[in-house]
Design a binder for this molecule. Structure first.
Ligand code: CO
Ligand code: ZN
Length: 328
């Protein structure tokens, strides 16, 4: 399947942190024809095995997304919500949202709220209910919702709400299809609850017990007006080889191997450092007696907004790099 087709299928599927059943089912369906074995661990991580001789190599991409969870239903039928992961009320203002059961709504700030200091408690979700009783026929406390936006493509650029980290899930699924002769005993792991603190990756790393791990995620960029220079990557610059983020300093052997493979296969790469923000790599590195861990990152603008934007040429470079790593 084409990367963009996979991304579209994943974008339509519900899967905020803690409620990944839908997205897990979709990924399992897409992985099944190319996998030797698929298991779901206790926390819900999906572990796809592709058997080979040699050490255990794990690739990880998180399948959960940021979102909101209903905490109160008001008399007038509006919903108040808590956050799942780093979702900002300012960035979410006036966005369309969607619940697992298909109910749609909009996330709106109160008119009197000071937008520059907008707090989550000053926002509500309008699902079109006339009152509390009608709202309760549509959703209940504990239900979760996500951004309800399409995947838009223009040239090589793609914009969608959950490139973090559905684009990386699509990268791993494409690589799985292309890996013909694995040089390792491979596990491609689609983790849960990354956005709430790398929780799934922690147990998945114990389950798989890898010798080497490469986490695949989006990374912050330094290529837009007024950039805060949190990241180093730029769109169109190739696959970003992680050196460091706030959760991990990558193992030098893994960084070197990724860079050597890219050189020998003429895969465009750039170096990735995020001065704030972590990835599954941070949790995996510390499992057992330690795991040699690195990362392959897809440069992405406007992370955690409904308009996350990446370049499909970079994603393709990541597919090639992951595929080559698995076979070298
Ligand atoms: Co994220
Ligand atoms: Zn991510």
């Amino acid at each position: 399947m084409e990367l963009i087709e996979i991304l579209e299928a994943l974008n339509r599927t519900h899967g905020p942190s803690g409620d990944e059943g839908g997205i897990r089912g979709k990924i399992e369906e897409l992985a099944r024809p190319f996998a030797d074995e698929i298991v779901t661990d206790t926390l819900g991580n999906l572990i796809v095995h592709k058997k080979g001789a040699g050490p255990k190599v794990m690739f990880a991409a998180h399948m959960d997304s940021i979102g909101f969870i209903v905490t109160h239903i008001e008399k007038e039928g509006f919903l108040r919500v808590g956050r799942l992961g780093g979702i900002s009320p300012k960035e979410a203002a006036y966005s369309a949202v969607r619940f697992k059961n298909g109910v749609r709504g909009v996330f709106v700030p109160e008119e009197k709220a000071d937008f520059s200091k907008l707090k989550l408690d000053e926002c509500f979700i309008d699902i079109g209910a006339a009152d509390e009783a009608e709202a309760k026929t549509l959703v209940q406390v504990g239900d979760t919702c996500v951004y309800d936006g399409p995947v838009r493509v223009q040239g090589s650029r793609v914009t969608a709400p959950y490139l973090d980290d559905r684009l990386a899930c699509a990268v791993l699924l494409c690589a799985l299809e292309r890996i013909k002769e694995p040089a390792y005993n491979l596990s491609l792991v689609f983790t849960v609850q990354e956005e709430v603190g790398l929780r799934g990756a922690r147990t998945a790393a114990w389950w798989v017990d890898p010798d080497i791990c490469v986490a695949v995620d989006v990374t912050d960029v330094d290529d837009t007006p007024g950039s805060e220079k949190n990241g180093t990557a730029r769109l169109g610059g190739g696959a970003a080889v992680k050196v460091m983020d706030s959760s991990v300093i990558c193992h030098p052997e893994v960084v070197a191997k990724l860079e050597e493979i890219a050189k020998s296969q003429s895969i465009p790469i750039q170096r990735d450092i995020m001065r704030s923000g972590g990835t599954d790599a941070g949790a995996i590195q510390n499992a057992h007696y330690g795991v040699k861990t690195g990362g392959v990152s897809i440069p992405c603008r406007y992370i955690h907004t409904p308009a996350e934007t990446a370049d499909l040429r970079d994603a393709e470079a990541c597919v090639r790099l992951v595929t080559a790593f698995a076979q070298t």
